[in-house]
Structures are given as C-alpha cells and as structure tokens.
Design a protein around this ligand. Structure first.
Ligand SMILES: C[S@@+](CC[C@H](N)C(=O)[O-])C[C@H]1O[C@@H](n2cnc3c(N)ncnc32)[C@H](O)[C@@H]1O
Length: 487
C-alpha cells in the first residue's frame, strides 16, 4: 500500500474524531448490557441496509487488502456501527446517561450521513474495515495463534459481535493476512503483520488510538456508581486538597467563577466554594456527566445556594462568551481532558487579569515494595509519561499553559492512597488513571480482562501479606495557579 493511501486514511480518522463519529462496538455492547434497545437497533439496521443499497457500488474493492471486494453487507455494517457507536457516545459520554433515546439515534444518523458525504462512502467503509481488522490481527499477534472456532466466536477478542466472524475470517485468509493450517489453527502472516503495522500507524497519527483511550476512561468514569467513595479510598486527603485549592485560588466573595469538572459537588459544596463566593457572586458549576449534574442540582436546592448555576459543559468546548469570568477553578479534572484544548478555552473565557487554579495527579512510578509486587505485570512495561493521554508529567500542564498564561505558581502536592481495596485500586490504576493505557488498552479484550483479574488477585495477596499502615502510597500531583495573558 502506498503512503498516499495511508495519508488519506489518517485524514479520514482525524475528520471522524472532529465530526464526533464513533466506531466502538465495545461501547455499544457495554459488557453485555446493550446500550441500545432492540427496537432502536432494528431501526438503525434498517436505515443502514437502505443507505448501503442506495450508495454502494459493486466495483468497489478494499485497496489495502489486495483488492478484495467491498460487499454491500460490509457497507451496511459500517453504517450501522457508526450510527450505534455515535448514538451511544453522544448519550453516554457527552451527556453521561446510559439510556440511548430515539432522538440521539436520529442525531447520530444525521451526523453519520453528513460525515459520509464529506469523506465518501468507500473511504468510510475502508476506515471501518481497518477498525475491525485491527482487533482481529492484533489478537492473533498477541496470542501467537488461535483456533478458527475461537476466532469465529470472537471470544478472546470481540465478545460483542452479534454474529460469527465468518466473513472476516474469509477476508483475512483470502487476502493472505492470516493462514489456517489443516488443524484449523489460525496464524498471522508476514503480510498480516505489515497491515497491522500500517493500521497502528494510521490510528496513532490520526489520533484514533488516543481517542479510543479517552473513550475507555470516560466510559468507566460514567458507569461508576459512587465517585465520592472511590475518591475517599484512592485519595484519602482529597478534602484537604480541595480546601487548600480554594485558598490558593484567592477567590473572593462577589466574584464570577466558573468551576470545571464539578462532579457531584465535592469542591462546590463539600469544600464550601459556594460559600466563599456568596450570594453577591456567581458560580457556574459545569461537568460533562448528566448524572453528576443531577446530583449537583439536588445539592444546590438542599443548600439553598441560588447563586450556583449548574450547566452541562466539557472543558475543551465551553459554552460561554469570551472574557466572562474572573476565575476558573476545578479539582482533579484537567488530566481527564485534552489539556491543550482545555487551557486554550479556559484562557478564552477569562476576563483580563483573570486566574485559573486547579490540581491534578501526575504520572508516578510507584516505588514502595508492596506496589512493585502488586503491579509487577504492568511495571515490566516502560512508563510512557510523555503520552498525552496518560497522566501528565511535571512539565505537561505548565507547557500547555505557557502560550495563554503568565505568573504560574506551582505547588507540589501528594494524594495519599490507601491500597487496601484491591478491586477499587485496580479500577483506578487501569481504568480511571490510564497510567498504562498504551499497554492495557491495546490488549485484546480477554487478555485485558485476564490482566485485571490477575492484578486483583495479586492485590488480595499483598493485602494479606502487609499490615494496612504499610499499604499507603503517595501519588505526586501539582496545584497550579496562573493569570491569563492580556489578549
Ligand atoms: C475525579 S472527578 C473530580 C470531581 C470533583 N471536582 C472532585 O473534586 O471530586 C473528575 C470530574 O471531571 C469530569 N470530566 C471528565 N471529562 C471532562 C472534561 N472533558 N471536561 C470537564 N470535566 C470533565 C468528570 O465527569 C468528573 O466529574
């Protein structure tokens, strides 16, 4: 395959993310709790079949796979997955609700149609095929080989499939990406490895892999029942850090303040930010998760804090005019966002001389003996602190802020974690912090599950071996305050 084609695919992947089109069948599947009702799913299927029949052309071939024909069924499947994935993404990730309504499906259908018009249906289907072939080839690379029965059921790498992977097995073998021996054992060929290398390159360069990592983080976050009790375990001193942040921010009564990533109000109400601002000021508390916002509204009524507005927003795209706020504040949210985009937006909505204050955890190489024993299966991988979506390194946020902010004040902080709840801690390390995402989130589905179970088992062993007072780890973090540059 020549480099021009790869460039076009990189561009397609990139546009897909920009346009909010999501192909992530695992997200729709939601660990067996399908997030789209059968009725809505049927509607999507009917639309996709009709759309494909209308626009597909019989002479299309997959350019990267030795000109294997693109069938009308593949085309319909690509359209169906894009609408389902996008509807779930919009509802679940953007709105924080697990229910996908009819409205979301029609918004997702419109977005998908518009997107296909922009990039062309053939190009769109080609990218879709990349996403499925990636899972197949990557699983074979990881396991070395797989019996064709296991491959067809997708039990190691694609448990979310609604049908067997017959056509995919056929595609991969007819194009020489895999070979199947007489005992039915499937293996990757040199050509298959080449294709996997190209796909990985396209996914990395287009930002698709990074986007997938973020989806995994947010998906996990939005399905947590009780963030507050998890925070109490993983950061036992979080209440003290929030109180310190309010002091550090120098927010005064009567100011107009924007809070980002307010969650269910630990900074706003728990640490008393609303009281510091008082009824002569204005506090706009925002979060992308609808369930968090619902809980915020209940608390606002409970506290009678009529000067607190609760608004749905993510830090990267703030629904406020330029120069609207005296201060922007938020606790433990920035590392969950695209830091570069967020700081640009924050600077935009600040009035001249306005300040931004926050704290966030940093990437950390755990050094305590119990930690090394517990996380040995992950620690053998190299830490990639420079990766944009893993926890930030000490320079990541200051560097991102530099173009827009002056007078940066940075305080080193420590989050104190109690490692006595193996399941919660493993959830935090693997699913929420994403510290090892380049290793954990590129594993085939089953291997990732096995790794999580292994880490929980090791954690239980470690908890039996060490007394609780030794099971404490300090996670480094930064508290930062800066003044927006005059524009
Ligand atoms: C660890 S919680 C912190 C909540 C609260 N500030 C506290 O101190 O407990 C992180 C919050 O960031 C929110 N969040 C996730 N992605 C975000 C984004 N892109 N922009 C703003 N907030 C985001 C989550 O929904 C969640 O409520």
């Amino acid at each position: 395959m020549n480099s021009v084609d790869l460039d076009t695919l990189v561009e397609t992947g990139n546009k897909m993310i920009q346009n909010g089109i999501v192909i992530a069948p695992w997200l729709t599947w939601g660990q067996g709790q399908y997030r789209i009702s059968m009725d809505l799913f049927d509607e999507i299927r009917t639309w996709a079949a009709r759309y494909a029949a209308l626009h597909w052309r019989p002479d299309w071939t997959i350019d990267f796979a030795r000109s294997f024909p693109i069938t009308v069924d593949m085309t319909a499947e690509a359209c169906r997955e894009a609408v389902s994935g996008t509807a779930v993404y919009l509802s679940h990730i953007e709105l924080g609700t697990l229910r996908v309504g009819e409205e979301m499906v029609s918004v997702a259908t419109r977005l998908t149609e518009d997107f296909i018009e922009k990039v062309g249906l053939k190009q769109f289907v080609t990218f879709y095929l990349y996403t499925i072939i990636y899972e197949d080839l990557q699983a074979l690379q990881y396991y070395g080989s797989m019996h064709s029965d296991d491959f067809l059921k997708g039990q190691f790498h694609r448990p979310w499939g609604v049908h067997t992977l017959q056509s995919e097995l056929q595609l991969a073998s007819a194009t020489g990406m895999i070979e199947i021996d007489s005992r039915g054992v499937v293996q990757l060929t040199a050509y298959g490895k080449e294709i996997l290398h190209d796909i990985t390159q396209v996914f990395t360069e287009s930002g698709f892999l990074k986007f997938r990592f973020r989806l995994i983080r947010l998906n996990k976050f939005n399905t947590l029942d009780d963030v507050e009790s998890i925070m109490k375990i993983v950061f036992t001193n979080a209440p003290a850090l929030r109180t310190r942040l309010i002091e550090f921010s120098e927010i005064r009564p009567g100011m107009t303040v924007l809070e980002l990533g307010c969650g269910n109000g630990a900074l706003t109400f728990g640490a008393g930010l609303y009281e510091v601002i008082g009824p002569n000021g204005r506090l706009v508390a925002t979060d992308p998760s609808m369930s968090m916002l619902a809980s915020m509204k209940r608390k606002r009524d409970q506290y009678g804090a009529h000067w607190v507005e609760v608004i749905h927003a993510k830090a990267e795209r703030l629904p406020f005019p330029d120069k609207s706020f005296d201060c922007v504040i938020g606790s433990a949210f920035l590392h969950l966002t695209d830091i570069t985009e967020s700081v640009r937006e924050i600077a935009r909505v600040l009035k001249p001389g306005g300040t931004f204050s926050t704290f966030y955890p940093l990437h950390f190489p755990g050094q305590r003996k119990f930690f090394l024993e517990w996380f040995e299966p992950l620690l053998k991988f190299e830490f990639k602190s420079s990766h944009a979506d893993a926890l930030p390194g000490p320079d990541t946020v200051p560097k991102a802020m530099q173009p827009y902010f002056d007078h940066l004040e940075i305080e080193e902080i420590y989050g104190i974690s109690q490692y006595t709840s193996p399941r919660t801690i493993v959830e935090m390390i693997v699913d929420i912090s994403g510290m090892f995402e380049q290793h954990t989130d590129t594993l085939p589905w089953r291997a990732r599950q096995d790794l999580i179970n292994e880490l929980i088992r090791r954690g239980e062993e470690v908890c039996r071996k060490y007394p609780p007072e030794e099971l404490i780890e300090e996670h480094p973090g930064q508290m930062i305050r800066a003044i927006v540059k005059t524009k």
